[in-house]
Design a protein around this ligand. Structure first.
Ligand SMILES: Nc1ncnc2c1ncn2[C@@H]1O[C@H](COP(=O)(O)OP(=O)(O)OP(=O)(O)O)[C@@H](O)[C@H]1O
Ligand SMILES: [Mg+2]
Length: 254
């Protein structure tokens, strides 16, 4: 099992979109995939078509606070990635766990019983370097950083790299940068090209060959609870995410 987390403390850069669509692509390429929603906004859960989680449902919150197991919480689906759903109750869980012993390892331990069921576990993080994000970084083999081409992002990336360094020192020495995705790219804007060049210079080995362009199909799909392949399989967004998933397999499975 390879665990990859989608992290960038900047909001709206395509973390959830990339997590969902790369998960769907890997599933379609024959891999067993679990998606984990670690953001109290619950966007991944909703985008995956799970609208209402009733208060009785076991979610990732109960799993982290020891009131349920991953086995109980995972929603299993035919021909789609399984999902460990999350919602607004994650914000309460995060506060509750701030002082917990061995806090950063809670997610890693919670996922161990289902490790044999999956080839890939993909964790969607919130736009912050919070306690939950530290748990995700501790549980992961690699981090995937989506970067939106319309902001010059390098300050934020430096801060993220410092956090990765701390996690490596204290919790997870093997954590690597598994990939950098340039998202929301618009070739008509000059800034986007400069951002792409800057990212390529900083992460020559980690940047994916395919860029995810601005594509309205990508933005529409989640409102139907669908991934890009179910919604618009011939779109440029589908092509990009399919190729990025294949590149992840080449990198992780060699
Ligand atoms: N390539 C794309 N083309 C068009 N729209 C996109 C693309 N990628 C993402 N979007 C849209 O941009 C918005 C932000 O994307 P997304 O939710 O994936 O970002 P995020 O980094 O997860 O945000 P947050 O930090 O709030 O969790 C969403 O409305 C999404 O549908
Ligand atoms: Mg998100």
């Amino acid at each position: 099992m390879k665990t990859l987390c989608f992290v960038n403390q900047k909001g709206g850069v395509g973390k959830t979109t990339s997590c969902l669509n790369i998960g769907a692509a890997l599933q379609r390429q024959g891999r067993r995939v679990l998606l984990v929603d670690l953001d109290a906004q619950g966007s991944l859960t909703k985008s995956a078509g799970i609208r209402a989680l009733d208060s009785e449902a076991v979610t990732v919150s109960e799993v982290l606070s020891g009131k349920g197991t991953a086995e109980e919480a995972i929603v299993r689906r035919e021909d789609l990635p399984d999902i460990l759903p999350g919602d607004i109750r994650l914000s309460g869980t995060e506060v509750e766990l701030i002082g917990a012993a061995g806090r950063d390892f809670i997610l890693k331990e919670a996922l161990e019983p289902v490790a044999g069921d999956y080839d890939y576990v993909l964790i969607d993080c919130s736009p912050s370097l919070s306690v939950l994000t530290l748990m995700a970084l501790t549980a992961s083999d690699g981090i995937i950083i989506p970067v939106a081409a319309q902001y010059m992002p390098l300050d934020g990336i430096m801060q993220l790299m410092q956090t990765v360094e701390i996690v490596r020192r204290r919790m997870n020495p093997n954590l690597k940068i598994s990939g950098v995705i340039v998202t929301l790219y618009d070739a008509r804007r000059g800034l986007d090209k400069s951002v792409y060049e800057a990212i390529k210079e900083k992460f020559p080995d980690e940047i994916f060959t395919d860029i995810v362009r601005y594509n309205s199909k990508i933005a529409e799909a989640p409102t139907f609870g669908k991934d890009i392949f179910a919604y618009a399989t011939g779109s440029i967004g589908a092509v990009a995410y399919r190729n990025i998933a294949a590149e992840i397999r080449r990198r992780e499975e060699k």
